[in-house]
Design a protein around this ligand. Structure first.
Ligand code: ASP
Ligand code: MG
Length: 451
């Protein structure tokens, strides 16, 4: 039995947290591979180093070193601490070199922001050693994690990563060694670090689980699992015990910040179950995500909401008959990397759902469209996307009717709908001032209801 265990920034954020994590790892039966994020706050710090070249770099790096060294000194001593220091200094030299490198290199940012995980992984490996376990810290380079794609938004090359890890990591497991691997990045074809986007260590862990054919992926974070709704809106929201991959992917994407949305795919591909657990309350069962067969009784598993969005509606005569025009519009928006949460079309309009903060940029970009093709652009600010998730949604007749009658009860106007794009979620847009009411009514009516 191989388990991949991933610990986030707060779970490795202090000596106390690291000790707790080391105990969780040590108590796990069977073979285990650990993936870690940087200590909390560290990646943000590295991003600021990339964004604004520091005048007092030495002073700032001293603080960086001090944070890790003082944590180490609370966790182990003597020879272990000395050995740690030696490896630590080598990594500090690497960090300095990454910061001093050529800023014009397109992968400069990746090289710097990916440094934090090298230090947290070293700390955890040494805590485990000090407890008498065999453990090594492996960088993504050491482990053979291969990445492809653009700076700061890489994806893993699953096949090559599997080959690399089979050679470099698997043998350690059979020797009883616990590898602690850096999350967040892989190496590209030029052998340079390429990060998977902010919060990407969850995805790294799923990639590792896929590559070594793990039996289970555990994502250890600071909450008990996925909830049936945001508890700040719905005080009696309940924790979800289990759900399927599709439901988890939609929820992770649209609402809950429990898990990076990209975590699902690498494990789903290999049918590896995933558990979300709380490292501060390890005895809690968490949420299990797997190929769950449809539950008969519940209409909805969870209701999530994404707030602060805007609808941009582009009017142009008979646009539906001019797909090239639609393509050009989407291309223009893609150029600036704005996330489109939903699209809907009619004969003469195309409507896009984007974040409020992206509206200005998007409009500027659309102004650049040549020709007098666009008749009008309208913007409706301050709407929210409600995402009703459940694996019974498309099978049962009249489900949308039920859901929209709940919306009517809240006297909310539905501004946009996307149904059927995913077979586990019904997404629709309502004005921001109706969000709480709509979520409440849906939650009361359809979650946990046995028909
Ligand atoms: N340390 C990285 C970040 O903060 C990756 C992660 O935490 O998942 O974005
Ligand atoms: Mg982090």
């Amino acid at each position: 039995m191989i388990t991949v265990m991933k610990f986030g920034g707060t779970s490795v954020g202090s000596a106390e947290a690291l000790k707790r994590v080391a105990n969780i790892v040590a108590n796990k039966e069977g073979e285990k591979v650990v993936v870690v994020s940087a200590m909390s706050g560290i990646t943000n710090f590295l991003v600021s180093v990339v964004d604004n070249p520091m005048t007092d770099l030495d002073g700032i790096l001293d603080q960086f070193a001090e944070k890790h060294l003082s944590t180490a000194a609370q966790l182990f001593e003597g020879e272990t601490l000395e050995e740690f220091r030696t490896e630590f200094e080598a990594r500090m030299t690497g960090l300095r070199a990454a910061i001093d490198a050529d800023r014009d290199d397109p992968f400069y940012g990746d090289a710097v922001v990916s440094q934090g995980e090298r230090f947290s992984s070293l700390l955890l490996a040494y805590v485990l050693r000090s407890m008498g376990h065999r453990s090594v810290a492996l960088t993504s380079e050491d482990a053979g994690i291969v990445a492809v794609g653009q700076p700061l938004s890489g994806s893993a090359d699953l096949l090559n990563t599997a080959t690399g890890m089979t050679m470099k990591v698997k043998p350690l497991l059979s020797m009883g060694v616990i590898p602690i691997i850096t999350g967040f990045y892989g190496v590209n074809a030029q052998k340079k670090p390429l990060t998977f986007g902010r919060g990407g260590s969850d995805y790294s862990a799923a990639v590792v689980a896929n590559a070594i054919d793990a039996d289970m992926l555990e994502i250890w974070t600071d909450v008990d699992g996925f909830m049936s709704a945001d508890p700040r809106i719905i005080p009696d929201a309940v924790k979800i015990d289990e759900m399927n991959f599709g439901e988890a992917a939609e929820l992770a994407y649209f609402g809950a910040k429990v898990l990076h949305p990209r975590t699902i795919e690498p494990v789903r591909l290999k049918h590896i179950p995933l558990k979300v657990k709380n490292s501060f309350r390890p005895d809690e069962p968490g949420t299990l995500i797997h190929h769950l067969r449809k539950s008969k009784n519940e209409l909805l598993r969870s209701v999530a909401a994404k707030t602060d969005l805007s609808i941009i509606t582009i009017s142009s005569a008979e646009i539906a008959y001019r797909p090239a025009m639609v393509a050009r519009i989407i291309e223009k928006i893609a150029e600036i990397n704005v996330i489109i949460y939903s699209i809907s079309t009619s004969l003469s309009t195309v409507a896009f759902l984007v974040h409020n903060n992206d509206v200005k940029m998007t409009l500027r970009q659309l102004n650049g469209l040549s020709g007098g093709d666009i008749e009008r652009i309208d913007v409706k600010n301050n709407v929210a996307l409600i995402c009703a998730v459940g694996d019974n949604l498309l099978d049962k007749c009249g489900v949308s009717g039920d859901i929209f009658s709940a919306v009517k009860e809240a006297e909310a106007n539905v501004e946009m709908i996307s149904e059927g794009a995913s077979d586990v979620s019904l997404n629709f847009v309502v004005p921001m001032n109706k969000v709480v009411e709509v979520v409440k009514i849906l939650h009361d009516k359809y979650i946990g209801v046995i028909e």
